[in-house]
Ligand binder design. Structure first.
Ligand code: IFM
Length: 459
C-alpha cells in the first residue's frame, strides 16, 4: 500500500501541455507560421533537426488525449492556444477554423468533466510579428491584447482559468539573449525591451480577459531557486543578480508594482535610459490576479564569474557574471537538472515571505522530469525515477502548504512526451509515452501512480 501525500478537498489536480509541443498540423486550417516553425526549420538549431510539424499529432488525436485525461482522473487540463491559428498574421483577420479547434477541444474536456485551463502564449509568436520587431517592440504587446480579447470572447464562457503568458523569462532571455529559443537572438537591450513588452502584453491581456468576464486570470512564471555555490560575498552577489534576472524582473512589477531595485547592479548600462518603459505601465502590469502560476523543476547553484564578453558593446542581457555549477550528491535528470525537492518548499515559502498578502493563491502549473525511459518487454514503461520525482515534489509542495503557503492546484508536466524545444524529441517529460513513428500512446507507471494519488484524495 503506497502512502500518498494528501491535499485539502477542492485542491485541483491537473496535467499540462503546450500547443507547439504537441499539436503538429502546422499548415492546416489556415494556421500562420510561428517563430518556432522558422527556428526549428533552421539547420543546426534543434537537436536531430526535429520540428513541431507533426509532434504528437494532437490536432487530430485530441479526443484520444482527452480520454487519457479522463481515465487519469484529473480535475483540470492546462493547454495553450497557438496565436498563429487564431490570428495567422499576428494582426488583422481572425481565422474561424483556429477558434473552432479550441472550441471543440474545450467541449470535449467539459463533456469529460475536466475543467479547461488555457494559456494564451506558450512561445509560438506569429512570425509576421517577429518580422516587425517581435517582443522588442510595443506593437507586439498591443496585438497580444487584441488576440486575448478575441479568444476570451469565443471561449471565455467555457474556460474558467486563464493564463496570459507561460514563462516569459524564456521568451525574453532564452529567445532574445541566449538565443537557444526562437527567434534565436543574442542581444542586450533588445532582450530587456522584450521582457518589458511581455509584461505590458500581460497587462493588456488581463484587461481583455476581465472585460470578457472570465472567472480566473493569472500568469505563469518559471521561478528559480538560486543557491550560492559558497558563502563568499561574491557568490552571494551573484545570486542577487541571478534572482533579479530570473525572478524579480517579473515578480516585482506584477506583484509589487515596482521595478527591481537590483536591476542596475544586474544589467549595468543595458538598463539605463529604459526608453521602452512608459508612464502608467506599472499600473497596467500590476493589476490584481486571481492566482499566480509557478513552474518548478530544479534549483540552480550559482557562482560568481567574470563577464563572458569583455567588450561592453557586445554584452547580452544574460551576461550577468554568474555561472551555474553542479549540485553534488544528488541525482540529475535526463536534462542534467539536479533533483532537490526540498528547494521547492523553500522557493514557495520564500515567495510567501517576500510578498505576504500581495501574493495571490498559487497554482503549480508545471512540475515533472525528463527521464531516459523505454518500453520494457512486458509492454510497460517502468519510469520509477519519475515516480520518485513526482512523489517527492508533491510531498515538498504539501510541506510548503503546511508552512502557510496558499496553493490551490498542481499540474504535472507533461501529459505526453513531446517536442522539448531545442532538445527536440530526445527528452521525454510525459507520463504517457508517445511513439513518434506510430503515434501510439502508452501510459507509463507514473501515469498510474498519479492516477492512484488523485484517487486516494478526500474529494
Ligand atoms: O517543456 C517545457 C515547457 O514548455 C515549459 N516549461 C519547462 C518544460 C520543460 O523544459
Amino acid at each position: 500500500m503506497t502512502d500518498f501525500p494528501s491535499f485539502p478537498p477542492g485542491f485541483v489536480f491537473g496535467a499540462a501541455t503546450a500547443s507547439y509541443q504537441i499539436e503538429g498540423a502546422v499548415q492546416e486550417d489556415g494556421r500562420g507560421a510561428s517563430i518556432w516553425d522558422t527556428y526549428s526549420h533552421t539547420p543546426g538549431l534543434v537537436a536531430n533537426g526535429d520540428t513541431g510539424d507533426v509532434a504528437c499529432d494532437h490536432y487530430h488525436r485530441y479526443p484520444q488525449d482527452v480520454t487519457l485525461l479522463r481515465e487519469l482522473g484529473v480535475d483540470s487540463y492546462r493547454f495553450s492556444i497557438a496565436w498563429p491559428r487564431i490570428v495567422p498574421d499576428g494582426a488583422g483577420p481572425v481565422n474561424p477554423k483556429g477558434l473552432d479547434f479550441y472550441s471543440r477541444l474545450v467541449d470535449e474536456l467539459l463533456a469529460a468533466g475536466i475543467e479547461p485551463a488555457a494559456t494564451l502564449y506558450h512561445w509560438d509568436l506569429p512570425q509576421a510579428l517577429e518580422d516587425g520587431g517581435g517582443w522588442r517592440v510595443r506593437d507586439t504587446a498591443e496585438r497580444f491584447g487584441e488576440y486575448a480579447a478575441v479568444v476570451a470572447e469565443h471561449l471565455g464562457d467555457r474556460v474558467p482559468r486563464w493564463i496570459t503568458l507561460n514563462e516569459p523569462w524564456c521568451s525574453a532571455f532564452l529567445g532574445y539573449s541566449v538565443g537557444r529559443h526562437a527567434p534565436g537572438a543574442r542581444e542586450g537591450r533588445g532582450a530587456l525591451a522584450a521582457a518589458h513588452h511581455l509584461l505590458a502584453g500581460h497587462g493588456l491581456a488581463v484587461r481583455a480577459l476581465r472585460a470578457a468576464g472570465v472567472r480566473e486570470v493569472g500568469i505563469t512564471l518559471n521561478l528559480d531557486h538560486n543557491l550560492p555555490a559558497t558563502d563568499s560575498p561574491a557568490d552571494r552577489a551573484a545570486v542577487t543578480r541571478a534572482d533579479t534576472q530570473h525572478n524579480l524582473v517579473w515578480t516585482e512589477p506584477i506583484l509589487a508594482g515596482r521595478y527591481p531595485d537590483t536591476e542596475e547592479e544586474t544589467w549595468g548600462e543595458l538598463i539605463t535610459g529604459q526608453d521602452f518603459r512608459r508612464d502608467g505601465d506599472l499600473e497596467l502590469i500590476s493589476q490584481p490576479l486571481d492566482f499566480l502560476g509557478v513552474n518548478y523543476y530544479r534549483p540552480i547553484v550559482v557562482a560568481d564569474a567574470p563577464y563572458r564578453e569583455s567588450d561592453p558593446a557586445r554584452r547580452v542581457a544574460t551576461d550577468n557574471r554568474y555561472e551555474e555549477v553542479r549540485l553534488p550528491g544528488v541525482r540529475h535528470t535526463a536534462m542534467g537538472w539536479p533533483v532537490a525537492p526540498g528547494t521547492f518548499t523553500d522557493l514557495l515559502v520564500g515567495l510567501h515571505e517576500r510578498y505576504g498578502d500581495a501574493l495571490p493563491p498559487l497554482h503549480i502549473t508545471e512540475n515533472g522530469s525528463a527521464e531516459d525511459d523505454w518500453v520494457s518487454p512486458d509492454g510497460a514503461v517502468h519510469d520509477s525515477d519519475r515516480v520518485a520525482y513526482l512523489r517527492d515534489h508533491l510531498t515538498a509542495l504539501r510541506a510548503a502548504m503546511d508552512a502557510g503557503v496558499d496553493v490551490r492546484g498542481y499540474y504535472v508536466w507533461s501529459l505526453l512526451d513531446n517536442f522539448e524545444w531545442a532538445f527536440g524529441y530526445g527528452k521525454r517529460f510525459g507520463i504517457v509515452r508517445v511513439d513518434y513513428g506510430t503515434q501510439e500512446r502508452t501510459p507509463k507507471d507514473s501515469y498510474r501512480w498519479y492516477r492512484a494519488l488523485i484517487a486516494a484524495q478526500q474529494r
